[in-house]
Design a protein around this ligand. Structure first.
Ligand SMILES: [Zn+2]
Length: 368
């Protein structure tokens, strides 16, 4: 009913009964007020999700228990826009392209397995810009994990089996992840080394990434070791500075942000189980028997195991080019999980591990 209709009705009825007129008048006033009043606000729909919720699920950089939120963070203020979110289809495309490269290089890794895995972009890239892929097996709601475990392979690009076996363990976790541990896994830390026509130990910058970690007194010890003990062997070149390489920087960042209770590194072909850091090492993992080989300046064992007191389990597979039998792969995994289960809780794993930033490491290096 328009205002005009209402007024015509008023004039027609007004000439008849005063009482009716009074009542009708009141009704019409109500109607007029109703018709010109701003519409009653419709029920408030749920708040539009913040831009962050429209983004693809981010790859968690920190586990939930270490995430912090500023208590005074205002709820209704429109924040400046987040950095442009990665289009999920772009990310998927890049994961698939990387999978294609890796599957093209490794007989034991199929494109299908890689594509169906939980591998995502880690955000880090190699020297040549190849994405470093990472999979996360997070805590499950019904279970508090015993601790966080960082597992990686392929830090040396010519140790092909160290990459393939981690792919196999991803499949194991896809089927059996129970929430016992919170895993962060990178099967291939040095993609440039692997993906060359002839795979090489070093990254594309000629650096042995496992000599590039900021162990104490790196500047003196790493170059001294390289020059005097290896006679400048290019396969052991530690780089110009600790963490000079994006691949080692990424791994170091995982130690700082993910704060693993244990690190598992897969190498080949020394056919032993190496171990650095506390507590007591495993005696064996499947066919690999413990043989502690010491550490080198700039190695992860020296940096994380000795300097940070983190357990670093190093599997040296028997061959760089031939995979262990499926039974041996399984035994290694079962023994590893059994050892972690027994020993990670002793490390008080879910508490925050204090990690000294690289600068502090350098400054305090003379103390050790
Ligand atoms: Zn190696």
């Amino acid at each position: 009913m328009t205002d005009h209709d209402q007024q015509r009705l008023w004039h027609r009825v007004a000439s008849k009964r005063p009482l009716a007129v009074g009542m009708l008048g009141a009704l019409i006033v109500v109607l007029i007020v109703w018709s010109i009043a701003p519409a009653e606000p419709t029920p408030v729909p749920p708040a539009l999700p913040q831009p962050a919720h429209l983004e693809p699920a981010p790859i968690p950089q920190t586990p939930p228990e270490t995430e912090t939120r500023q208590p005074s963070e205002p709820q209704l203020i429109v924040e400046p826009p987040e950095p442009a979110p990665v289009d999920p289809s772009d990310e998927r495309q890049e994961v698939l392209q990387t999978c294609e490269l890796i599957a093209g290089k490794l007989g034991s890794v199929s494109l299908e397995d890689c594509a169906e895995s939980k591998l995502r972009l880690s955000g880090a890239r190699s020297r040549k810009g190849t994405p470093i892929l990472m999979a996360e097996y997070p805590p499950l709601t019904e279970r508090q994990p015993l601790g966080r475990v960082l597992l990686f392979g392929g830090i040396h690009g010519d140790e092909l089996s160290s990459v393939s076996i981690v792919y196999g363990w991803l499949e194991t976790l896809d089927r059996f992840h129970s929430g016992l541990f919170h895993w962060r896994i990178a099967p291939l830390v040095n993609p440039d080394g692997l993906l060359r026509s002839k795979p090489q130990r070093m990254n594309d910058h000629g650096v042995d990434l496992n000599r590039n970690f900021p162990s104490p007194n790196w500047k003196v010890e790493a170059s001294d070791y390289w020059i005097r003990r290896t006679s400048r062997n290019p396969r052991r070149y530690p780089g110009e500075a600790p963490l000079s390489e994006p691949e080692s920087r990424w791994l170091h960042e995982q130690i700082e942000t993910f704060q693993p209770a244990a690190i598992v590194a897969v190498h080949a072909p020394l056919h032993v189980l190496d171990y650095d850091g506390p507590p007591d090492p495993p005696e064996r993992l499947g066919p690999l028997h413990l043989k502690q080989m010491g550490t080198y300046p700039g190695s992860l064992g020296r940096f994380a195991g000795v300097h940070l007191d983190l357990p670093v389990v190093t599997l040296e597979l028997p061959s760089a080019g031939i995979m262990p039998t499926p039974a041996d792969q399984r035994r290694m995994w079962v023994d590893l999980v059994a050892w972690l289960r027994q020993n990670v809780p002793k490390q008080n794993a879910v508490q925050v591990v204090q990690v000294k930033p690289a600068a502090t490491v350098a400054a305090t290096s003379a103390e050790r």
